[in-house]
Design a protein around this ligand. Structure first.
Ligand code: DGJ
Length: 743
């Protein structure tokens, strides 16, 4: 159930479903005011008592005869700067005379079933008109004739709301947008803890928290990708809220380029949240009749804690952001040759790796970097997407055939957005890279960023990729992006449009993804950017899974995957078992722990299984059989975080099947300890009345018992080691399978 009501008399909009209410009203000056966002409240004709105005000292006022009406003190939906509001605005447009003042007044609104598409941009969608309703409020600035359309979609299910804005120039003269955020949300108080996902290469999406306080707090990226450093996601939780209970607001931006999410707390403890394209690196010229569409932002409200916020994002992003053939399908277990060979391989060597993997039950062989052009290292070849015949004498089609003949699917790595200067592509089109005239060109890993704001560049890369996909049996593509953008200037655009290039670049990336996914709908795409440098909802629209991090160490992955789960579903997280000593942190973790972490992801191997002992191979076969049996639940079940690896020596999480008959609990301990503590995991999401059988030891427990008293996970080797029991070491872990006992 969801409704959007407009109360004529009080000029109030109320969007609600069973979980949330979002209320706005047209203010006295014609602007759109924010009234309430939170737990669903009963609808009524008038909520204007929530629009607080009072005469305050030192306040600039809109009207001479009303000293209570100041935009500085009124909560708004899409505020502008310079007419009594001194906080950061949602939109700014420089006009020909140099002024940036705007005055968007209500003109009309429409309520439509379903959800309109966002042209050229990734966004959530409704599969049927009954799943969602959308309110479009149109406002106009009468002087410039700029038209502002604010989109609000409420879904029938869950506490999520999607927002975006479209700005059209109905005037005769051009204007330059200096910022156009996806959402602005004014909250009445600042009693929140702000949680962000921050890090760097190989240490992505670590949970960091701080209380909101007066001033500006923000995260963002100016790297041309959403970045390893900050993820376009923030949670605001009440100080007393935790994973299981309490009020939380989640803010997520469906975008893969430069972004900003900001909280500005004013002197009166009200908060303005802004989320959208980073204003610093953005400018957009709007000629007469041209429009600009912002990316979409999603707001989630819950009073059931952080985990429930995450589950709301997981459900929405898994089912109504990700698309296509693979959206709802358990993902193939893959083997990737990168950490096994790096650039040093031949066709025969690859086939040896594939054959052993097949023997163990792996379903997909992925050939990573190094198969094309003159690529024997980092310095050459990017841009030339044809097989290197010295390494692959039968080309990609031939190799794919041979892999298929083994009974496996074949997957291939690309880095479509980049060139090396030592490549035929660059020699043919030296002006198709982003570069500022007269300036040096910085490189990252000896590569340069192609100018994807030019259609001809995107077309040329598309042709090369499509040719391979047409000729060879390629079932999977890993789309990598291994450097950030610098000297962001395009020779294809005039001076007064250079502020558009970062965003036009992203539109080019999205356009290429769109063409390829439309033409090859059964190919599974996995996004990647030096690990998790572009792990964001924008990518999820095209690629239903992404490589979470280049750090494949099981212990490091606990934090990375735990943090990632704040917003992203398990089905989106590329997670592999790799060799020890691990190639990033040189740690030795047991094989079972490496798998126990990777099970909570799309699961695969990043090593040469030929190097394993017969015993280890048997273990791997068991892992693969286990994953095949339970991957549907692990990837698509309800996910619960039980114990945070950020808080101590142990971590735990679990997934529960839709019918609540099966649950898989992962428990992990970083360092071993002697005579250690008793461990109980209080489980979640079970049916209290179901009796579950613990497959590990055969004990039977009712759901209520497991959720209230807990699952005993104490280490039987923590004190004296019982006879016949193998002592545990550091990096121990266990998976508990709980299945309803129907007997
Ligand atoms: C970075 C990726 O994250 C790795 O998995 C691998 O594909 C390399 N690039 C290849 O260059």
């Amino acid at each position: 159930m969801m409704r959007i009501v407009f109360h004529e008399k009080s000029k109030t909009f109320h969007l609600y479903n069973d979980s949330v209410s979002y209320i706005m009203a047209i203010l006295k000056n014609g602007h759109l005011g924010q009234v309430y966002f939170g737990k669903r409240i009963r609808d009524r004709e008038d909520f204007s008592h929530f629009i607080e105005t009072c005469e305050r000292p030192m306040t600039s006022c809109v009207y001479e005869d009303d000293r209570t009406f100041s935009l500085e003190h009124i909560r708004q939906e899409y505020p502008v700067f310079g007419t009594t509001d001194y906080r950061h605005p949602a939109v700014e447009a420089r006009q020909e005379n140099g002024s940036r003042i705007l005055d968007f007044q209500y003109e009309s609104h429409a309520i439509v079933a379903g959800k309109p598409k966002l042209s050229g941009l990734p966004a959530t969608y409704a599969q049927t008109p009954e799943e969602a309703r959308t309110l479009i409020v149109t406002l106009e600035d009468s002087l410039t004739k700029l038209r502002l359309e604010l989109f609000y979609t409420i879904f029938a299910e869950g506490g999520a709301l999607a927002r975006s804005a479209r700005i059209c120039n109905g005037g005769e003269r051009p204007v330059w947008l200096e910022r156009a955020m996806s959402l602005s949300l004014d909250l009445p108080d600042c009693d929140y803890v702000w949680q962000q996902l921050s890090g760097c290469w190989a240490r992505e999406r670590q949970i960091r928290s701080r209380a909101l306080t007066q001033g500006v707090q923000s995260i963002g990226s100016m790297r041309g990708n959403s970045s390893h450093e900050h993820n376009p996601f923030v949670a605001l939780k009440r100080p007393s809220a935790d994973e299981r209970q309490g009020e939380v607001i989640g803010i997520s931006l469906i975008y893969s380029g430069n972004f900003q999410i900001q909280a500005e707390t004013d002197a009166h403890d009200t908060v303005r949240i802004l989320a959208g394209i980073d204003p610093e690196t953005f400018q957009w010229k709007l000629e007469s009749e041209e429009c600009f569409q912002t990316p979409e932002a999603v707001l989630v409200y819950t009073d059931r804690g952080l985990n429930h916020m995450s589950q709301t994002f997981h459900r929405l992003y898994q089912r109504r952001l990700a698309r296509g053939y693979w959206r709802d399908r358990p993902r193939p277990i893959l083997i990737n040759n990168w950490e096994a060979t790096y650039f040093d391989f031949t066709e025969e060597r690859l086939l040896e790796i594939a054959a052993k993997a097949k023997e163990c039950g792996v379903e997909l062989f992925v050939l990573d970097d190094g198969w094309f052009g003159n690529r024997s290292g980092e310095k050459a070849g990017l841009g030339d997407w044809t097989a290197n015949r010295e390494r692959l004498p039968h080309g990609i089609a031939g190799l794919a055939e041979r892999v298929e003949a083994l009974g496996m699917k074949f997957g291939l790595w690309f880095e479509p957005e980049m060139v090396n200067k030592d490549s035929d592509f660059y020699r043919r089109h030296p002006d198709w890279i982003l570069a500022t005239p007269g300036r040096g060109q910085s490189h990252g890993r000896f590569q340069y960023v192609l100018d994807f704001s030019r259609k001809e560049t995107v077309d040329a890369i598309y042709e090369q990729m499509a040719k391979i996909l047409r000729e060879a049996k390629v079932s999977y593509i890993k789309w990598d992006m291994n450097r950030s953008v610098t000297e962001c200037y395009s020779g294809a655009w005039p001076a007064d449009r250079q502020g558009e290039i970062y965003h036009r670049y992203m539109l080019g990336v999205y356009a290429l993804y769109e063409r390829l996914t439309a033409e090859f709908p059964q190919v599974l795409f996995e996004s990647c950017a030096s690990g998790g440098g572009r792990f964001d909802p924008g990518m999820l629209y095209y690629a239903p899974q992404g490589w979470v991090s280049d750090n494949s160490d099981a212990v490091e992955r606990l934090k990375i995957q735990y943090g990632t789960s704040m917003c992203y579903p398990i089905s989106s997280m590329g997670a592999h078992v790799s060799v020890v000593p691990n190639h990033q942190v040189f740690r030795n973790t047991p094989l079972h722990t490496r798998a126990n972490v990777a099970y909570f992801g799309t699961f695969g191997y990043e090593l040469d299984l030929n190097q394993l002992t017969p015993r280890e191979l048997e273990e791997v076969k068991g892992q693969i059989a286990f994953m095949k049996k339970y991957r549907e639940i692990l990837q698509f079940g309800r996910f619960y975080r039980l114990q945070s690896p950020f808080d101590g020596n142990e971590a735990a999480w679990m997934a529960v099947s839709e019918d609540q008959k099966t649950a898989l609990v992962g428990w992990y301990r970083i360092l071993n300890c002697v005579n250690g503590k008793y461990t109980r995991l209080r489980l979640e999401g079970l049916n209290p009345d179901f009796c579950y059988r613990n497959q590990r030891n055969g004990t039977r427990h009712y759901g209520d018992e497991l959720m209230c008293a807990g699952l005993i996970a104490s280490d039987e080797t923590a004190g004296q080691i019982p006879a016949g029991v193998k002592p545990h070491t550091d990096f121990e872990s266990r998976i508990y399978v709980l299945e309803v006992d129907e007997t």
